[in-house]
Structure formats: structure tokens, C-alpha cells
Design a protein around this ligand. Structure first.
Ligand SMILES: C[S@@+](CC[C@H](N)C(=O)[O-])C[C@H]1O[C@@H](n2cnc3c(N)ncnc32)[C@H](O)[C@@H]1O
Length: 188
């Protein structure tokens, strides 16, 4: 279950995992974006998250994507999220760039929520695994993360392989609204 609380004027999202409440680094707006695209993803296509953190985003994606679709969430740090002991989410430990070299699964939804400066580099490494019509979401497109803004703008300006679906207003506070830059991969 996804819950919403306002703490000192700041919106915070939580998702329940068994007995625990996990804070999610997504806003309501981000979660609506995920819900919107999640229904498009069908097996054998997969959902891949770059940046597990405490695992909140992966738990949200698991809640909104079809049960038959495999979810992989990748982070170089392991430990805390393994405690979740979820069999329905594949927690992978390692460096994004190294892991990509042996990747062989088609990706229908790619969520990039990495250390901010790395989003562009990681997209370029992983994009070869995107299926036609795949959705790519870049978290943190906003004034708080100018490198994500610059990276997305340069990646998709005049890029005929992708349709830009939504550009967040980067002058806005994140409270509530989405900071997900959204693109769809086009066919050849
Ligand atoms: C903003 S956090 C992700 C937050 C997460 N989506 C959540 O729901 O809590 C970014 C994560 O990227 C990971 N990271 C940064 N560089 C990495 C790399 N080269 N390979 C794998 N993980 C990396 C960090 O360890 C960190 O946990």
C-alpha cells in the first residue's frame, strides 16, 4: 500500500513491505507516471531500475506492473534492501556499466534514478536493450539536478529514435509534482 504524509510542509511517500514502512523517493506525480506506463509492459519485456537505494521505487514498480513482468533493480551498494527478502523483485548488486555488458533481457520500462551526474552515461550504455515503444523515465529532471536537465536536453534534442512525451517544469519545487523526464523509443 502506498501512503502519503506531509512532514513540516514536505510531502513524503511511504510503501508498506510486510510489517515495515519504507520511505519512497518518489512524489505522487512520479507514481502516477509509473502507473500510467506500467500497464504497457508485458512479459517477456522487463522493467529495469538503475538506482535501488532503499528499494522504495522498486516496491512501487512491483505494485503497479503486471505480476508476470520481471523487475530488476540494480545498485552497487547491497545489504539493506536485501533484508526485504522479496522473491518477486530481482535485486542485483554491481556497477551499472559492468552489469550491462552481460545483459540479455528486453526492457520495456527503464527508470534511471542514479547518482545525478551519471544519468546520461548510463542511458547510453543501456539503451540498446530497449524494445520498440519502450518507455524511459529519468528521475530528478529539475533545478535541483542541472546535470540531468542538461543530459536529457542534449540526448533527445532532434533525436529521431525517441519521442519526448513529457518535460517537467524544472523551475518548480518537487513537492507533489513529477520530476520524471519521459521518452518513448520509436521503431526503425
Ligand atoms: C538516488 S539513489 C536511488 C534511490 C532509489 N530509486 C529509491 O527508491 O530509494 C541512487 C543510487 O545509485 C547508486 N549508484 C550510483 N552509481 C552507481 C553505479 N555506477 N552502479 C550502481 N549503482 C550506482 C547509489 O549507490 C545510490 O543508491
Amino acid at each position: 500500500m502506498i501512503e502519503h504524509k506531509v512532514v513540516r510542509g514536505i510531502e513524503k511517500m511511504y510503501i508498506t513491505n510486510g510489517e515495515k514502512n519504507i520511505e519512497v523517493s518518489l512524489t505522487w506525480g512520479d507514481i502516477d507516471v509509473l502507473k500510467n506506463y506500467a500497464k504497457e509492459v508485458k512479459r517477456p519485456n522487463t522493467c529495469v531500475l538503475l538506482g535501488t537505494g532503499q528499494g522504495g521505487s522498486a516496491l512501487v514498480v512491483r505494485e503497479v506492473v503486471d505480476k508476470n513482468v520481471d523487475i530488476y533493480t540494480i545498485d552497487e551498494k547491497s545489504g539493506f534492501y536485501k533484508l526485504y527478502n522479496r522473491k518477486d523483485i530481482n535485486f542485483i548488486s554491481g556497477d551499472y556499466i559492468n552489469l550491462e555488458k552481460n545483459w540479455n533481457k528486453p526492457i520495456g520500462l527503464l527508470l534511471i534514478d542514479t547518482e545525478i551526474d551519471l544519468s546520461k552515461e548510463q542511458f547510453l550504455a543501456w539503451e540498446k536493450h530497449l524494445v520498440e515503444n519502450a518507455i524511459v523515465l529519468f528521475h530528478d529532471y529539475g533545478f535541483h539536478a542541472p546535470t540531468v536537465v542538461a543530459g536529457c536536453n542534449s540526448l533527445f534534442k532532434d533525436n529521431k529514435n525517441y519521442k519526448v512525451l513529457f518535460v517537467p517544469d524544472s523551475s518548480q519545487e518537487r513537492n507533489g509534482i513529477t520530476s520524471m523526464y519521459q521518452v518513448r523509443k520509436l521503431g526503425n
